[in-house]
Design a protein around this ligand. Structure first.
Ligand SMILES: Nc1ncnc2c1ncn2[C@@H]1O[C@H](COP(=O)(O)OP(=O)(O)OP(=O)(O)O)[C@@H](O)[C@H]1O
Ligand SMILES: [Mg+2]
Length: 356
């Protein structure tokens, strides 16, 4: 078993009596990207600043390669932690050239070779003598990455480093950055509030809420097995169908759902993402036959349908109670408002949670 490059355990931080980081523990393996993902104000940047050493935790420990870096008594200063930083406002030194910016933190004799190699990696060699104001946002970003990597940090902490870039450029820079970081074997802890960015970049996601890590795992697992309704809703729109448990089952207009382990009378939310609703045609007032994988179909009329390019977003008003359910379907399908259709719920794609 490989040991973690970065390990933080039971980190706690209060500001003015308010707990902002609440018992956070995390590991990042060498060459891996872990994403700290969560809504604004949940404590992501504070956690990162504590690891960097520019903020002091009230409790908890930080180890790098098994060596204590910081607890509440001992503190290695930030510059001795072998940690590289890249933040949203990654200001380059305006009076230094690209080459001088990247060489800035290097005292070694082979600094020139290292600068060359890094600029090569990020595709900026021909800009070595340019000044930052002569570069585009994406180019500046590449230089900032090279500068942060120059001293060969064991760990790279990145706080929303791509948020200043426009959409298309951001995708490219993310992928390039990831390739360079993997190539360097750096362990990365990346902070973001965008689930798309986290899924694109991360080997592991730690989902944070109100100062706590509420779920941790590979993107596939976090997306497909969310721990609760809010975790599901953080990654996409969701549909919620209410139910009440009776004999480990809950009855709904879509048939029965399993609710194992929940006592009779428990109110539950059956959660399904819009792309996992199945749509079928109306056959003179009748729908498709029930199946074990998709349950019973429920009748609905199209309230609104929007063309979104690769897909269409269709809002259905359900006959059974007038509520709205959303479905994402391939864009070849764009039904007219008022069309009667039948909806089914894929049993392998729905989640049953006790109501909060
Ligand atoms: N130095 C400070 N003094 C007092 N409160 C602070 C301080 N730094 C952060 N906070 C508070 O701690 C909470 C968490 O802040 P933090 O910056 O860690 O959030 P975040 O998850 O990074 O959010 P965002 O996605 O908006 O950047 C916020 O409510 C913030 O107001
Ligand atoms: Mg932040």
């Amino acid at each position: 078993m490989q040991s973690p490059r970065l390990e933080i355990a039971n980190i706690v931080k209060d500001y003015g009596g308010r707990r902002v980081v609440d018992d956070v523990s995390l590991q990042v393996m060498p060459g891996q990207v872990t994403c700290l993902l969560g809504p604004s104000g949940c404590g992501k940047s504070t956690t990162l600043r504590i690891i960097a050493g520019v903020e002091k935790q009230d409790r908890g420990t930080i180890h790098v390669d098994g060596k204590l870096v910081c607890d509440t008594v001992f503190r290695l200063p930030p510059e001795a932690r072998s940690i590289g930083l890249m933040f949203q406002d990654f200001a380059l030194f305006p009076h230094l050239t690209v080459g001088q910016n990247v060489a800035f933190g290097l005292q070694t004799r082979d600094a020139g070779a290292r600068v060359q190699a890094l600029l090569d990696k990020v595709g900026m060699t021909r800009h070595i003598d340019d000044y930052p104001h002569q570069l585009s946002g994406g180019e500046q970003q590449r230089v900032a990455l090279a500068r942060a990597l120059a001293p060969k940090p064991q760990i790279m902490l990145m706080d929303e480093p791509f948020s200043g870039l426009d959409d298309r450029l951001r995708d490219d820079i993310r992928d390039e950055t990831l390739a360079v970081l993997k190539d360097e074997g750096t362990a990365v802890l990346l902070v973001t509030h965008e689930p798309g960015e986290a899924m694109r970049m991360a080997d592991e996601i730690a989902l944070m809420r109100d100062g706590r890590v509420v779920q941790q795992g590979a993107p596939y697992n976090i997306y497909n097995a969310p721990i609760d309704r809010a975790a599901a809703a953080f990654f996409s729109d969701i549909n919620v169908i209410p139910g009440v448990v009776q004999g480990a089952l809950t009855d709904t207009p879509f048939g029965q759902f399993l609710a194992p382990g929940l006592p009779d009378g428990t109110e539950v939310d059956i959660v399904i993402r819009p792309q996992h609703l199945k749509i079928d045609f109306d056959r003179g007032g009748r729908g498709p036959k029930p199946t074990s994988s998709e349950g019973t179909a429920a009748r609905a009329t199209v309230a609104r349908a929007r063309f979104m390019g690769a897909s269409s977003l269709v809002e259905f008003r359900m006959d059974y109670d007038g509520s709205i359910l959303k479905a994402v379907v391939p864009s070849v399908f764009l039904p007219k408002p008022g069309t009667a259709l039948w909806l089914m719920i894929r049993r392998d794609r729905c989640f049953v949670f006790p109501r909060a």
